[in-house]
Design a protein around this ligand. Structure first.
Ligand code: GLU
Length: 477
């Protein structure tokens, strides 16, 4: 049997990290099994579904590298893979279920029921075509004429979940549920089940929040004469405080992480370790290693904590692992954005001198822009906090004076020569290294957070460095 799995996002919001992780696990499973990964759009909620959300979701999938074999945009043997295009199909299935006695039109009053039944008989319809709704759902809002599935009340619904093991639902917890509303629109249960049957889905891996829907889908599938897929309910994501992941915990849309400068490889890796690891402990691995080792059965039953700090750490690991050229290419747009203009080829040479040092200090790509901006833009304003902390201390004027004197007579302008003369200052003034180098750093880069000082001065060049030291000295008064 060829594995066929699907991801079925509803385009009613941006792609949530939890949904992205469910998509990732489906994708990994399909790739591991040499199966087919399908993306369909669950847009039966016409009021809340938008094209913008759909585009955002699909572009986030692509950014993560979760390519699909069948589905929206790429096509396949099952039409458009969009639920709003299949409303006739769902209506037809609902009527077919009524005709076979598995479902019925919901009627509330006994009187009306009798007249409807008489009519049904005349029309040669199934005697169970109209049924009074059972007491268990008597209090649900009336939707006269909606079609409900007739749920057998004599046995539980039992299935083997790949992650949770045996799961059993009592029939009274399922109730005769609506599959088609009286206005002819399908419920999620009907549309999702019909799609899973029509598209020959073999495994459904989805969030645990949908577990209560699963007995309904199983009963519907069986009523259609089909065999239900294998289910795997993924534990939900929690914040580091143990509460359900929400906006309070920070960004929850995948596209937010993309905008912050995260690498797709790092996000892919991080989502994969939310409840899984190739060997139970390794945290950093490649896409190919994940495909090799992945199995739905090995996903942990325990809720996983989504920790943005750990994701940031992991992103830093991926940045450090890049080769230099790749790093430079990746940060170019962020450097240009920080500088506010595009840079010439010879200006990039200065960046490349510092690239290794910047790379070591970068966890998010835009940070590289902030570290490099001093190379290209004059300091409009010193970083306020840095100035207050460093430049208002006593003795700063002496340090700057001495730095200016020593550097102006330096024959060769490179990091080693700069270092050797500047290191004489703390000795001669009998002060600490920090008290010496921090003021020089703020003077030259505008901030107390920058790449290492000597290399920064070397990359900036002699004249701009001297000019900035002198200007800071003047600012001190
Ligand atoms: N459209 C549903 C959702 O986004 C899909 C659920 C499912 O995978 O069956 O929650």
């Amino acid at each position: 049997m060829t594995v066929r799995v699907r991801m079925a996002p509803s385009p009613t919001g941006n792609l949530h990290v939890g949904t992205a992780r469910a998509a990732l696990f489906n994708w990994l499973y399909a790739r591991h099994e040499g199966g087919t990964y399908i993306v369909r759009i669950d847009d039966t909620d016409q009021e809340r579904s938008t094209k913008e959300f759909e585009d955002e979701i699909l572009s986030s999938f692509r950014w993560l590298g979760l390519d699909w074999d069948e589905g929206v945009e790429v096509g396949g043997p099952h039409g458009t893979y969009r639920q709003s295009d299949r409303l006739d199909r769902y209506r037809q299935v609902a009527e077919q279920l009524v005709a076979s006695g598995a479902a019925y039109h919901d009627v509330r009053s006994t009187e009306e029921l009798e007249s409807l039944r008489a009519r049904a008989q005349q029309e040669g319809k199934h005697p169970g075509h109209y049924i009074r709704r059972p007491d268990s759902v008597a209090n649900e809002p009336s939707d006269e004429g909606a079609i409900r599935l007739s749920v057998p009340q004599d046995r539980p619904v039992v299935f083997q979940d790949l992650i949770r093991g045996e799961v059993s639902f009592e029939p009274r917890d399922v109730d005769d549920f609506v599959i088609l509303r009286s206005n002819g629109t399908p419920t999620y249960h009907l549309a999702s089940t019909v799609d899973d049957v029509d598209y020959a889905i073999t495994h459904v891996a989805r969030g645990e929040d949908l577990l209560p829907s699963t007995p309904k889908h199983i009963l519907l599938t069986r009523s259609l004469g089909a065999t239900e897929p294998t289910y795997a309910h993924l534990p939900l994501l929690f914040g580091t405080d143990g509460k359900k992941l929400s906006k309070r915990h920070g960004a929850t849309a995948l596209s937010d992480y993309r905008a912050m400068g995260y690498l797709p490889e790092a996000v892919f890796n991080y989502l994969a370790i939310l409840g899984w690891s190739p060997d139970g402990e390794t945290t950093i691995f490649t896409r190919e290693e994940a495909i090799q080792a992945f199995d739905l059965e090995e996903v942990s039953r325990n809720p996983a904590a989504f920790d943005p700090a750990k994701l940031e750490w992991m992103n830093g690991e991926y940045i450090r692992a890049m080769d230099r050229g790749q790093f430079v290419d990746s940060v170019k747009p962020f450097v240009e954005e920080a500088v506010g203009r595009s840079l010439e080829e010879n200006e990039w040479e200065r960046f490349e001198e510092l690239a290794g040092l910047i790379q070591e200090r970068t966890k998010l790509l835009p940070e590289a822009g902030r570290q490099a901006v001093f190379l290209y833009a004059d300091i409009d304003e010193y970083d306020e906090e840095s100035w207050a902390k460093v430049m208002t201390k006593s003795g700063v004027g002496d340090v700057l004076d001495m730095g200016i004197a020593k550097l102006s007579s330096l024959p060769l302008w490179d990091a080693a020569s700069i270092e050797s003369v500047l290191r004489e200052i703390p000795e001669e003034l009998d002060i600490g290294a920090g008290k010496t180098f921090q003021p020089l750093r703020v003077a030259v880069t505008g901030s107390s957070v920058s790449p290492p000082l000597f290399e920064s001065m070397a990359a900036l060049g002699r004249e701009p460095t001297m000019a900035r030291l002198k200007r800071a000295r003047e600012e001190l008064g």
